[in-house]
Design a protein around this ligand. Structure first.
Ligand code: LLP
Length: 435
């Protein structure tokens, strides 16, 4: 039996010869060369997750549009683009990233509840594969923009199936009280309107009920409702050919048991075969976290160990501005020393906190870990998704650099901004300038 994986789905991130490696590169070497905090990703782990997903649907027409919001570094998008991935984007900025990384517009799905007129025009001018429309207002604006540009907008309408995704409430999107999609009761009218609007080519139905789903039940209820809607609309003569199932498959951060990809694929096969008998449908998926979540770590160095009255604080050089998930969602991320302690020291409860001036700036509270010491290098695991992309310069801290590893090579794929760059966007108001 081999040792249990440090991170699910990422054998590339492992201890070898007494030190944490990402592929063939030892984490301490990257930390020494690039500084800390630093995000480190394994290209191999990302590629394998993508290939697994693609293989699960290889026998049918299916598009994989990597959800760029999970990690939009150009090198990550390009790594996936080379394997044939499309992209799911939610802003012109992400659209531009996908294009810059080599994914053409005709492999891009444009999602999001608040696209602006400029963004819609940008998407049409770049031959977007599909716009996932979320409201009547957006549909009508898109029709007007398409007519003005003398283009036809390929449209899917995102529906809200009113299903509890049983995930953190801030990342659940499929309940009727959430802002996303069009509820099932109103959906038939909007689809009918879309079919008649000039400049709109109605293509399909889209759904996404939330992120980090760890149970299959919510997917099953939501997808059944969506496929039934699809069948009903086709029966009414609407020319639908595409079903976009969104993203949302959870990963293991701690002890979750997310649905397996195979079970997920079987569910979709059953529903589409059972309910759509023989209809030609092209499937689309928008996985984000599943592809990159367990493919990256955030390396950080211990600055101080401070005995509080009731807690031992380990102050590290990464903070909530680098990795917001624990502060925002109380998310659990495993934390390990990059050099396991040789002595069999009994673990002690320690709270791993960052330098930002907020009590919420904590990566773990009262976590049992081997006694840590200043200067020691730690890795915060499962940080490949919604880590760097959600970073900020709060407290005027330059957010962590990003490094991509491939085999024995590594490259800085995003620099840590300089203080000049951080301050450089501010302008002194004219009445304050001078002297
Ligand atoms: N498609 C749509 C329309 C989405 O809104 C999302 C994620 C995805 C696909 C990708 O979902 P995934 O496969 O990654 O679960 N910042 C949060 C997660 C927010 C997810 C937002 N939407 C976190 O750190 O957990």
């Amino acid at each position: 039996m081999s040792a249990p994986l440090l991170q699910a789905d990422a054998p590339e991130i492992a201890y070898r010869e007494g030190e944490l490696h990402v592929e063939a590169v030892v984490v301490s070497r990257i930390a020494a060369a690039v500084g800390t905090p630093v995000y480190i990703y394994s290209a191999g782990a990302i590629e394998r997750q993508y290939r697994r997903f693609a293989a699960a649907f290889a026998d049918r027409p299916a598009r994989l549009c990597y959800s760029v919001k999970a990690n939009s570094n150009l090198s990550i998008i390009a790594t996936l683009g080379r394997l044939g991935a499309g992209a799911d984007v939610v802003s012109e900025g992400e659209f531009r990233r996908a294009l810059a990384a080599g994914i053409p517009g005709d492999r891009i799905v444009f999602s999001g509840v608040g696209k602006t007129e400029t963004e819609l025009a940008f998407a049409l001018e770049h031959d977007v594969y599909q716009v996932n429309v979320e409201s009547r207002g957006e549909l009508e604006l898109l029709s007007a923009v398409a007519r003005r540009l003398k283009r036809v907008a390929p449209v899917a309408i995102r529906v809200n199936p009113d299903v509890d995704a049983r995930t953190h409430h801030k990342i659940a999107t499929g309940k009727k009280e959430n802002k996303f999609g069009i509820d099932l009761a109103h959906a038939p009218d909007i689809f009918a309107e879309a079919a008649t609007l000039p400049g709109i080519a109605l293509k399909g139905v889209a759904v996404h009920i939330g992120s980090q789903l760890t149970a299959m039940g919510p997917f099953e209820i939501a997808f059944r409702r969506v496929v039934e809607l699809f069948r009903g609309l086709v029966a009414r003569g609407l020319p639908l050919q595409r079903l976009d199932f969104g993203g949302g498959i959870g990963i293991r951060y701690r002890d979750e048991t997310p649905p397996s990809l195979d079970d997920y694929a079987v569910l979709i096969r059953h529903l589409t075969e059972q309910l759509l008998d023989g209809l030609e449908v092209e499937l689309a998926f928008e996985p984000g976290r599943f592809i990159v979540g367990n493919a990256g770590v955030l390396a950080t160095r211990v600055l101080y160990v401070k005995e509080g009255v009731t807690r031992r604080f380990v102050v590290v050089d990464a903070a909530m501005n680098d990795l917001l998930r624990p502060a925002l969602y109380d998310a659990w991320h495993e934390i390990v020393p990059t050099k396991p302690h040789g002595r069999a020291e009994p673990p002690v409860k320690q709270s791993i906190v960052g330098p930002v001036c907020e009590t919420g700036d904590a990566f773990a509270l009262d976590r049992a870990l081997p006694p840590l010491a200043p200067g020691e290098l730690l890795a915060i695991l499962s940080a490949g998704a919604y880590g760097a992309v959600m970073s900020s310069s709060y407290n005027t801290r330059p957010p962590a650099a990003e490094v991509l590893v491939r085999g024995g090579d590594f490259a800085v794929v995003r620099e840590r901004p300089s203080y000049e760059a951080l301050l450089g966007l501010d302008r002194m108001a004219p009445w304050l300038a001078g002297r």
